[in-house]
Design a protein around this ligand. Structure first.
Ligand code: XUL
Ligand code: CO
Length: 442
């Protein structure tokens, strides 16, 4: 097969002084930062659906992307040709992982059996391409939101048959994820929620979603898949209210249904902002409750209220995220998956390279900056000092559960008033972070 990206060679690291737009200025895969190579820290991944299935259409116009390799048909041949192009791209870019939905890689047939056969045919090629290139699957998932049968939801559909169909689709998607050595399996409930409470039995739907996940856990054990499950929270879009609204809502759901030990969270930057949080907030919450798993790296637009899925180029945001990720111990099964698409105006094949190079360089810089901040201990020291009253005396006893409300009433009646609390120094800390962002060498 002729090269799809002819004229574009392997993307190399040329360093910060390079002016070559098709070179990395900061991402140097083998460079060791804080004890691990950049490739090991960042574990970059390509989102198959955006990179190879999203032609760039919007509600007001069709796709614009030039994808000469794609004949637009829903044939298995076309799907297989696309796989080879995807791996050419992964190899040239030097990205070690990819993620997919079942229906991204293989066409849906007219029956479930036909869809499964299509998937098996493409998975064979995916497996061969993984072996040829060394690229791995970060996670697989099932698309339970595009087909009209899922208009009312999948695991939360009012129809038991639709629930059963979704279950069958997940079983198969998990099996192929396992077959491909996937590090994890993901659930994003784009249609698990409601548009109107007037036609919705919320409790019943939540119970069904809990049952669905328990069945998935049983299936995982049955097939011997040992990777974690991820839930990817999102508050809305396409559904008006999604049950996995944010990290806290997903955690409450998992706790309520006794599922926390089987799940971690996949935090997406643009989903965080849609929920009214920062990306770093969602990561910090996931880490605080022991559910930090993986990341969908992208960015929203502060002026737009929907999921714009732009490539991450905001250094401040990426640094804030990397600080939390490094504090959480970094990725184990997870990674940074570029759940992002090129702009409709960026329609040439080379634009896919520019987009990913920018995202990779942004996170490479963020890794280096966050490492420098952590090494100097400037933020950690401030935070430690701020909570020093908990390190001994009264604070330590409260943390250890040795004090009751009655004890504390006696203590404070006697003491009169709390000791004064020092300034939070927010502006000083922001200035310090800016100094690191502007530092030379990043
Ligand atoms: C949708 C989204 C999904 C998930 C996988 O907003 O982020 O693509 O990442 O289903
Ligand atoms: Co996503």
């Amino acid at each position: 097969m002729a090269e799809a990206f002819a004229g574009i060679g392997k993307i190399r690291y040329e360093g910060p002084t390079s002016k070559n737009p098709l070179a990395f200025k900061h991402y140097n895969a083998g460079e060791v930062v804080a004890g691990k190579t950049m490739a090991e820290h960042l574990r970059f991944s390509i989102a198959y659906w955006h990179a190879f299935r999203n032609a760039g259409g919007d509600p007001f116009g069709p796709g614009t992307r030039q994808m000469s390799w794609d004949d637009g048909s829903a044939s298995v041949d076309n799907a297989i040709r696309r796989v080879r192009v995807a791996f050419e791209f992964l190899e040239k870019l030097g990205v070690g992982f990819y993620c997919f939905h079942d229906r991204d890689v293989a066409p849906e047939g007219s029956t479930l059996a036909e869809s499964n056969r299509n998937l098996d045919a493409v998975v064979k090629v995916l497996k061969a391409e993984q072996q040829r290139t060394g690229v791995k699957l970060l996670w697989g998932t099932a698309n339970l939101f595009s087909h009209p049968r899922y208009m009312h939801g999948a695991a939360t559909s009012p129809s038991a048959d639709v629930f059963a169909f979704a279950a069958a689709q997940v079983a198969k998607a998990m099996e192929v994820t396992h077959e491909l050595g996937g590090a994890a399996y993901l659930f994003w409930g784009g249609r698990e929620g409601y548009k109107s409470l007037l036609n919705t039995d919320m409790k019943r739907e939540l119970d069904h979603l809990g049952r669905f996940f328990h069945m998935a856990v049983e299936h995982k054990k049955a097939i011997g898949f040992t990777g974690p499950f991820y839930i990817e929270p999102k508050p809305k879009e396409p559904t008006k209210h999604q049950y996995d609204f944010d990290a806290a809502a997903a955690y409450a759901f998992l706790r309520h249904y006794g599922l926390t030990e089987h799940f971690k969270l996949n935090i997406e930057a643009n989903h965080a902002t849609l929920a009214g949080h920062t990306f770093a907030h969602e990561l910090a919450y996931a880490a605080a409750v022991g559910l930090f798993g993986s990341v969908d790296a992208n960015r929203g637009d502060p002026l737009l209220g929907w999921d714009t899925d732009q490539f991450p180029t905001d250094l401040y945001d990426a640094t804030s995220a990397m600080l939390v990720i490094l504090d959480a111990g970094g990725f184990s099964t997870g990674g940074l998956n570029f759940d992002a698409h090129v702009a409709r105006e960026s329609f040439e094949p080379v634009d896919l390279f520019h987009a990913h190079i920018g995202g990779m360089d942004t996170f490479a810089r963020a890794l280096k900056i966050a490492t420098a901040i952590r090494k100097d201990g400037v933020l950690a020291d401030f935070i430690r000092q701020r909570y020093a009253s908990w390190d001994g005396g009264l604070g330590r006893e409260i943390e250890a559960g040795k004090k009751s409300l009655a004890d504390l009433s006696r203590t404070m009646v006697e003491k009169g008033n709390p000791d004064p609390v020092a300034s939070g120094r927010i502006e000083m800390l922001e200035n310090i972070v800016n100094e690191y962002l502007g530092g030379t060498g990043f």
